[in-house]
Design a protein. Structure first.
Length: 272
């Protein structure tokens, strides 16, 4: 028997894409600890997803795992149908999973660009559509889509060209999707700063790069996750993007911070 449907603003069931590692795992923990029933999506990290779910279940949380290739629309639809049939309707979807590959506007590979658009843009929009249809079938009083963006959408540079294009399109969709899915579904986003080692980045580079922001301190993934819980729980907020980046988006750079940090620091290290 499925649990009773939650009232507006109350914890219900949430799907978190890319939930097994890094920020995804923080999101799973934060929603689980706030009383939500969590579906932890994964694509290739089955062991990590299972371990995280087991850890949280031992602490009394309700966490299940589900697999889908987010570049395949049919798998997305099948995943949502499976969740609805076995656990009841979702109240929220957090679009955290993304593909992040280095390229530039002069050398990008069209196939890789399409993959990033599929995972980073089309999948979140499709999941929002499926959540809205689920909300209508079950007459939920409130449902919410949350997109995890990147401070780069408010602080452009030429690096990671295709990834940035996909995130820019998703950022522009926040208000439009909020209008399209209202009144039953709210749509919001968070735009985090640098939280984890990225690609070839070394720990020393990360330590310095993570402080290139107004507050001179790294972005805390737990605070990003708590912001998502807040946005999912407060029914008066829609069409809004919250920057959780210690002010990184207000420090413009010509290149990605990873590529310029050593040059920036050679004259004077950042204050700690």
């Amino acid at each position: 028997m499925n649990p009773p449907l939650p009232g507006a603003g109350q914890p219900g069931a949430v799907l978190i894409t890319g939930g097994s590692l890094r920020l995804g795992a923080e999101l799973v923990r934060a929603f689980a600890q706030a009383g939500w029933q969590v579906w932890c999506h994964y694509s290739r990290s089955a062991d990590a997803a299972s371990a995280l779910a087991a850890e949280l279940r031992q602490a009394g949380a309700r966490v299940d795992t589900v697999r889908a290739d987010l570049a395949d629309g049919a798998q997305i639809e099948a995943m949502m149908a499976h969740i609805e049939a076995t656990g009841g309707p979702l109240r929220a979807v957090v679009n955290n999973a993304s593909t992040f590959e280095p390229d530039t506007g002069i050398d990008f590979d069209p196939a890789m660009a399409r993959l990033q658009l599929e995972v980073n843009l089309i999948a979140p929009l499709l999941l929002g559509r499926e959540l809205a249809r689920m909300q209508q079938r079950h007459a939920l009083p409130d449902a919410c889509v949350l997109h995890v963006l990147d401070q780069k959408v408010h602080n452009l540079n030429r690096d990671y060209f295709s990834y940035t294009v996909s995130k820019l399109a998703l950022e522009r969709s926040v208000a439009l999707q909020a209008q399209a899915l209202a009144p039953g579904v709210r749509v919001n986003a968070v735009a985090p700063g640098l939280m984890y080692l990225s690609g070839p980045q070394q720990p020393e580079n990360f330590e310095r790069a993570s402080r290139v922001n107004l507050l001179r301190r790294p972005t805390d993934p737990a605070q990003v996750a708590q912001t998502c819980v807040f946005l999912a729980s407060h029914t008066g907020i829609t069409g809004t993007t919250v920057n959780v980046d210690s002010g990184q988006h207000l420090v413009p750079l010509e290149r990605d911070v990873m590529f310029v940090v050593e040059e920036l620091m050679q004259e004077k290290p950042l204050d700690r």
